[in-house]
Design a protein around this ligand. Sequence first.
Ligand SMILES: [Zn+2]
Ligand SMILES: [Zn+2]
Ligand SMILES: [Zn+2]
Ligand SMILES: [Zn+2]
Ligand SMILES: [Zn+2]
Ligand SMILES: [Zn+2]
Length: 456
Amino acid sequence: MLSVIHSSSPAASSSTHALKDLELCQTLQREELDVLESIYPEYISSAQPNGHLKFEIPVELEQPCLIEFVRSGPPAEGQKVSLSVLPPLLLRITLPATYPLYEAPHIASIRTVHEWAPDISKLQRVLAEMWTSEETVLYRWIDYILSEEFLQELGFDMTNNRPLQVQHPDPSTMVSQLESYQQSFLSTQFCKVTYPCGICLEHLKGSKCLQLACEHIFCRPCLLDFWGMCIGEGDVDRVGCPDPECVKEGRKSSEEDVSRVVSEQELERWKWLKTKKQLELDPTILNCPIARCQALIPKPKGVDAESGWDRFRQCPDCSFSFCSFCKYTWHGPITQCPLPFTERLFQQYSAAAKGSRDRALIESRYGKETLVRLVKEHEDQQATESWITESTSVCPGCQSHVQKSDGCNHMTCARCGQHFCYRCQGKLKEKDPYEHYRIRGTYCYEMLFAPDEDYS
Ligand SMILES: [Zn+2]
Ligand SMILES: [Zn+2]
Ligand SMILES: [Zn+2]
Ligand SMILES: [Zn+2]
Ligand SMILES: [Zn+2]
Ligand SMILES: [Zn+2]
């Protein structure tokens, strides 16, 4: 119980009133506070014996209200937010010794936590007008603030047709403060109340339960059993709300919800399963090649395949820019991928039978045009290589390719001057290169003018 005893009279006017009146005021004040204490105990944050009172009154709305915080600029900026819970209103008042008979309570200050209502001082006049002499008014004040009427006074449109515009120097900070306030307020409320679990039907405190986005409530042990089993079996699609209606609609759980229920390992496995599933559904989606990142990166739309930029990817998480073919750091749209990659891709592609699923998968990932070009380039290169093997020989002195110009197998390298045999690539003596073809029983005996053989 609170007691209000004035050790000295704070208001100067009180000296002119009879002692009897002052005693009556004291009694009325004490009675009023007793009533408030029993009805709204959590709203009275402080009640000093000298008549200084502090109230902290929550602001909860029947339905969400749209507020737009606007900075006049420059640059002008606005941010809208829809809220059904706002930070509380703080009211500091002093009760004069002659309240409620001759004076209204004195409002020392009125403001809101986070200052979301800059026009709140308007309320001072409204509250003052509610007092009529000889009547206590605090209960009516609190009732008025709780009733949302005061928000209408501040210009809030409860029909939600248009947002209330509030001037604020930093709209985005304001909005995030209000959102996190609402979030923590609601979760505190949720924890206090008891709910029946949708699975085991047991009644449990909110702190032991979880409310999913669809608003269904389950106890944590039940969700852990169910989701843990689904993750264990690799059935990632069933990690969602277990309510039959939601199962029918295939409602999946958010990462936030899953992480609040399952173990660290189960969460990792769930994420991995989801990624795998997505990759299977759309082969154009890639994992970021950075091992500790591995974010999913979709193929950008509307990029011309001819330009080479269709291979460009940038990870939205770690910003790594890379080539979607070879996964190396982006090497520009013109430069070819480092050879081993194209070689591997060509082999994979030509190994996959026409019309097979593997071939379709490779085509959808890298684009059919690209693969056709790759095959063509590969064939061209092979043709060049076989021409080189067939029409040239390698100089044993400097390893350069030397083309045979006439029928004679005796070659002189134009680069290093080495004499050698085109047929066996053996070095020949500078003084008598033809001796090589005169030694009986050797591979090149009498082969100075031998025609080209098949080198394959
Ligand atoms: Zn349960
Ligand atoms: Zn549900
Ligand atoms: Zn990344
Ligand atoms: Zn590349
Ligand atoms: Zn040479
Ligand atoms: Zn030879």
